[in-house]
Design a protein around this ligand. Structure first.
Ligand SMILES: Nc1ncnc2c1ncn2[C@@H]1O[C@H](COP(=O)(O)OP(=O)(O)O)[C@@H](O)[C@H]1O
Ligand SMILES: [Mg+2]
Length: 246
């Protein structure tokens, strides 16, 4: 199996806080990997390191065998790693479709292209197709600040997917979404992501979501990976050891 992502010795401190300590993580093509751990365990930091948002002090990050350590986030995105955020990063006064067209422009590297207002006409149809797959076509003309949280989360993933990533990192895709909506939201995401062959790494607090949608789970604690393996086995072990959970 192709190794999509591989980190070695990845370390980052903030003052006295050890946010990432000697992280050695491997993710293989087509895996769905869940990341769990208490607040402050370094889960978001790991995503920030992989996507180039913060530089590591030490260590390397390889994507598809290529060393991407220290590259600019935009370069990393172009190479095929997309991400979503704990709080979706949407342009709240723009409509759903306009947000999507901006993602398209970013993918094509056309943000600075004076012709992009013309090109966007050609992008409307594929952008609408993608929105339809996320059940967002009827919301295309709504400003995103009017969307309920579940739809904001879906749109955030749709925007990431517009970049045609090989690896998608999602930071708490179901946070802020009601318990009743979590499984339908994840069903929608996985039904789109899996056939597209996208490798998925997602941070998640809800263990039921992890058990249902991850093939493998990494447990973070104090900036380290303290367990890695089959979700059922790992989570029952971790839950039996109260010192490792919160
Ligand atoms: N940019 C930053 N500046 C200072 N401290 C940070 C920064 N990012 C994260 N931290 C600290 O690093 C630790 C890990 O944070 P984070 O990765 O956000 O944890 P998690 O996502 O697991 O809740 C926390 O103690 C947090 O306060
Ligand atoms: Mg976090």
């Amino acid at each position: 199996m192709t190794v999509v992502l591989e980190t070695e010795g990845l370390t980052r401190r903030f003052g006295q806080v050890v946010a990432a300590e000697d992280l050695a993580v491997q993710v293989r093509e087509g895996e769905q990997v869940g990341i769990v751990g208490p607040n402050g365990a370094g889960k978001t930091t790991f995503l920030n390191l992989v996507t180039g948002y913060i530089p590591p002090e030490r260590g390397t990050i390889r994507f598809m065998g290529r060393d991407i350590t220290g590259l600019h986030p935009r370069t990393i995105t172009r190479l095929g790693i997309a991400r979503t955020f704990q709080i979706p990063q949407l342009y709240s006064n723009l409509t759903v479709l306009e947000n999507m067209l901006l993602a398209w422009a970013a993918r094509e590297g056309r943000m600075m292209d004076p012709w992009w207002p013309l090109r966007r006409t050609a992008w409307v149809e594929p952008a609408m197709d993608l929105l339809a797959r996320f059940g967002l076509a009827d919301d295309a003309d709504r400003p995103t600040y009017t969307l309920p949280e579940g739809k904001r989360k879906l749109l955030d993933v749709a925007l990431a997917l517009a970049l045609r990533p090989r690896l998608l990192l999602m930071d708490e895709p179901t946070s802020g979404v009601s318990v009743r909506e979590k499984f339908p939201l994840m069903d929608t995401l996985m039904e789109i992501l899996l056939p597209a062959g996208v490798t998925v790494l997602f941070v998640e607090h809800d263990m039921d979501v992890v058990l249902r949608y991850a093939q493998r789970v990494l447990v973070f604690q104090g900036g380290r990976v303290v367990a890695d393996g089959d979700p059922q086995a790992v989570l029952s072990e971790v839950l039996a050891a109260p010192s490792k959970t919160k």
